[in-house]
Ligand binder design. Structure first.
Ligand code: 7MF
Ligand code: ZN
Length: 872
């Protein structure tokens, strides 16, 4: 164990900054062996902070070399300042002064990919949340906003493109074949939004005329080999810019908007002012190399980062406890954008599936925290599904409670009040309160309480009075540090249907009490309730539906989301019964109700293929694990496979008909919602056909693999064959795919992930061998996620192997990666933290490996926080 354990910091300790930086001038001398950074900061005492003057405190990473420090041209000697625990402290500074500082960085040795580093030969930066302190000494906190002017100097032939935030204002040639460019960003911003890029980059250029008639240059940069994969991002960007004007009244505020694609990136993308930097996986798209899911990710992420220009950059966070202020709101905005561009219901189904599996699991695990956390050791660990996805659900509930018009007024007021400020989630809610005249104090508990609330609904029908009563009880389980929860204020969207499926009533109930009854009168017969329509609140809903009621809702509900959900409820309940049968060593039987319901769905040719595909997809193993009291990995897997195979055999003709109906081999590829929907049903049907085990369907899959003109169909066929019992065909197709795509890095990520998630015998040996394969690179986070992440997250049978080999493999990886890239190491660790959910043997093994990590010297704060909290 390290001598000094990392310390937590607390929201309640927040104090405004004693010193402000009005202007920041940065000068980068970029060289192969080192980079020199000259910083010139105009600093003044914060007029809002009274009392005796405080010493100047600047953040600065331990690893950064300080070459020179001066105040108002007076060089400081080592005795004039103190450097300890990541801080530089200078006592007795004047009220206002210029601080100059020279630091030396080694970007080529920066494997953590925070601060300034190199990705495939180009220089780039990642500063959120606390990366700027690895570049120079600075008050690296989001409530210190400064105007930046940045000059980059580098070799002209190797780095012809030199970029930073804002607009280029001057450039020229320098000695020894070098050149320089100066950029000025007129908008004050926190240091986490600073960025630079230097490299030999290809460019796709376009322009956009804003609603007020200003022309904005749009520039997307990538490595030359990827120039043909930028068009879709450009289209998505223009759609997002128009949408933000139309739906939120938000116009872009600089003359240039740039995106740069880099292959080495810890996360998806980053909203640096005027210079977004993207993981290649979230910006490059081409029909031949990108799946439908990939196209939709590009559209969503481009929009997300663009939307941050208002929700994040113009109005930013006061401190990192407020992270969901920008992330929850921006995820809500990008989800609505994607819903408007594609199928609203399908987008909602996808988002809710993620929330119910992964976010609910987080909320029930050792790292559970409120949307606005109260404390953290390492902020990087709090870029979570709770802050992002649950945070977006909280914003969505405000939208439901206020209605679209008032919500828009609230958003307008929020931007007007706080433009140029660093604020809190409370300020956001206050703007919504101000425009609606409503009291949202109870609603604020969504920000402060962790855990997933349960809604238990019961009903009574009084035939004589024609009265129907819904009683809603709410509760929320304890979470770390929060034993007892107060009731939430939430919108419960509902409909009441008669037995034939006609809608009698619909609306939104507002739930506030621990127990509450809502009365509906004037009804002629007992209605069937459709509850929590469109998933109007992030809760677990319990209502004792009969199979008949669920099947009626699946057929007739006017809310598309609840139709899907009714079908999922049927499947979950049947699968839970089958799991019990399996555990009691009884033979499994295919439930006739399910076959009949699915047959009807499949024969109904008027249904939207995308919706149909969603309805006919069995709940994932991850969802069943989340719902179980104790996770039985093997039973869940076997039951799901049994059901897949039986449904495949029972409905073989219908699957084939669906496949043929959706076969689009004649059309050329397009990533629009309707085509994506057809491909998803077609490939789902192919999956069921393959699950019958019959030879002709293997042949059909191999044909699709060879003949398709797009990655969606090719990859779907590859995964189906690669995960099947036809091991020879599996090996052949994987080899063929490799030979075809070995020079496309992103396609090779798919190739790795397909193999890592292969549930057949020998999976661990396969991933071990792949970790030595030339396309794998342990320094590249995308490769790690594709191999290590996919095996531990998408291959439960083998990761949770009873001999503990999967756990040992992951723990070894974590310890190796912790030295290299702590953020990625801490993220990959997640599956091990859920040890309490498994049987005795497995949980003891998982604990053993967590303890082994805990006993290791010099753990990073990132991994230390996750390991120590999960061992409690
Ligand atoms: C869409 O939020 C939704 C979420 C932080 C990095 C991007 O813009 C971001 C950055 C993490 C996790 C998820 C996302 C991002 C980050 C993300 C991207 C696109 N401010 Br960490
Ligand atoms: Zn974001």
């Amino acid at each position: 164990m390290s001598a000094q354990q990392p310390q937590a910091i607390y929201l309640e300790d927040y104090r405004p900054p004693a010193w402000l930086v009005t202007h920041t001038e940065l000068n980068f001398e970029l060289e192969e062996e080192q980079t020199l950074v000259r910083a010139r900061l105009n600093i003044k005492a914060n007029p809002e902070v009274s009392g005796k003057p405080e010493p100047l405190q600047l953040h600065g990473d331990e690893g950064m070399e300080l070459l020179r420090l001066s105040i108002d041209n007076q060089v400081l000697e080592p005795q004039d300042y103190r450097r300890e625990a990541g801080m530089l402290t200078i006592n007795n500074v004047p009220d206002q002064f210029v601080l100059e500082c020279v630091t030396r960085l080694l970007p080529h040795e920066n494997t953590a990919l925070e601060g300034l580093y190199k990705s495939d030969g180009m220089f780039c930066t990642q500063c959120e949340a606390e990366g700027f302190r690895r570049i120079t000494f600075f008050p690296d906190r989001p409530d210190v906003m400064s105007i930046f002017r940045t000059t980059l100097t580098a070799d002209k032939s190797q780095y012809p493109v030199l970029l930073s935030n804002g607009n280029p204002v001057a450039s020229g040639d320098a000695e020894e074949g070098r050149h320089w460019v100066t950029w000025e960003d007129p908008w004050p911003k926190p240091a986490y939004l600073f960025a630079l890029v230097a490299g030999d980059l290809a460019l796709l250029e376009d322009s956009f005329t804003t609603c007020s008639g200003r022309e904005v240059a749009l520039r997307i940069y990538a490595e030359h080999k990827d120039l043909d994969k930028l068009e879709y991002a450009m289209t998505s960007l223009k759609n997002a810019m128009r949408w933000d004007e139309e739906v939120y009244g938000r116009e872009y505020d600089l003359d240039i908007f740039m995106i740069v694609a880099v292959d080495f990136f810890n996360m998806g993308a980053m909203e640096n002012k005027g210079l977004n930097i993207f993981n290649t996986s979230c910006v490059l798209a081409h029909p031949k190399t990108t799946t439908d899911g990939g196209f939709q990710r590009v559209e969503g992420v481009v929009a997300h980062e663009y939307f941050h220009n208002w929700s994040g950059n113009r109005v930013t966070c006061r401190d990192w406890f407020q992270l969901s202020l920008k992330e929850g709101f921006t995820v809500f905005r990008d989800a609505e954008f994607s819903a408007d561009m594609n199928s609203r219901t399908v987008k909602r189904i996808e988002d809710v599936s993620l929330l119910r599996t992964a976010q609910f699991a987080e909320d029930a695990g050792p790292m559970a925290h409120p949307v606005r956390p109260e404390s953290f050791i390492e902020i990087s660990n709090f870029y979570t599904l709770t802050v992002y996805e649950k945070g977006a659900e909280v914003v969505r509930m405000l939208h439901s409670l206020l209605g679209p018009e008032l919500f828009r007024k609230g958003s307008d007021l929020y931007f007007e009040r706080h433009d140029g400020q660093a604020v809190t989630t409370d300020d956001f809610v206050a703007a919504m309160e101000a425009v609606s005249g409503r009291d949202l104090s109870q609603f604020r508990r969504w920000y402060s309480q962790a855990g997933t609330p349960r809604l238990n609904v019961t009903d009574r029908w009084d035939a004589g009075a024609g009265e129907y009563r819904l009683t809603v009880k709410q509760s929320c389980p304890p979470s770390p540090g929060q034993e007892h929860k107060q009731p939430y204020h939430l919108p419960l969207a509902y409909g009441l249907l008669d037995e034939a499926g006609r809608e009698l009533r619909s609306g939104v109930l507002e739930v506030r009490e621990e127990e509450e009854t809502f009365v509906f009168s004037g009804l002629e017969s007992r209605p069937v309730p459709s509850l929590l329509r469109a998933f109007s609140a992030p809760v677990k809903l319990e209502y004792d539906y009969s199979y008949e009621q669920l099947l009626m809702l699946l057929r007739h509900d006017t809310d598309g989301f609840n139709r899907w959900d009714a079908g999922q409820r049927v499947c979950v309940r049947l699968m839970q019964n089958l799991i019990r049968d399996w555990q009691n060593e009884q033979t499994l039987q295919l439930p006739a109700t399910l076959v009949e319901a699915w047959k009807q769905l499949l024969q109904n040719e008027t249904l939207d293929p995308a919706m149909l595909a969603q309805c006919l997809r069995l709940p994932s193993e991850a969802l069943l694990a989340e719902l179980a009291d104790e996770v039985d990995v093997v039973a869940i897997h076997e039951v799901r496979e049994f059901l897949r195979t039986s449904l495949a055999q029972a409905l073989e003709q219908q699957w084939l008909a669906a496949y043929q109906r959706c076969d689009t081999r004649e059309e050329s590829y397009s990533p629009d919602a309707a085509s994506i929907g057809r491909r998803s049903l077609k490939n789902l049907a192919l999956g069921y056909l393959m699950a019958t085990g019959a030879e002709p369907w293997l042949e059909l899959a191999r044909q699709q693999f060879e003949q398709s003109d797009n990655m969606t169909d090719q990859q779907a066929a590859l995964a189906l064959v690669a995960h099947s019992r036809h091991r020879e065909s599996a090996a052949e197709l994987l080899q063929q795919f490799y030979l075809q795509w070995q020079h496309e890095s992103l396609v090779m990520n798919q190739w790795l992930a397909v193999q890592a998630s292969d549930p057949t015998e020998g999976a661990l040996e396969r991933v071990q061998a792949l970790s030595e394969h030339p396309v794998f690179d342990a320094r590249n986070p995308n490769k790690l996620r594709s191999l290590v992440g996919a095996f531990c997250g998408q291959n439960p049978m083998h990761f949770h192997s009873e001999d503990g080999s999967g756990y040992a493999w992951l723990a070894d990886w974590i310890l190796r990666l912790d030295k290299q890239n702590p953020q990625v190491a801490a993220r990959l660790l997640t599956p091990l933290t859920r040890w309490k959910r498994y049987d005795k043997v497995r949980s003891a093994l998982m604990q053993k490996h967590l303890q082994r990590m805990m006993d290791t010297d010099d753990l990073s704060a990132d991994v230390y926080e996750v390991v120590s909290k999960s061992l409690v």
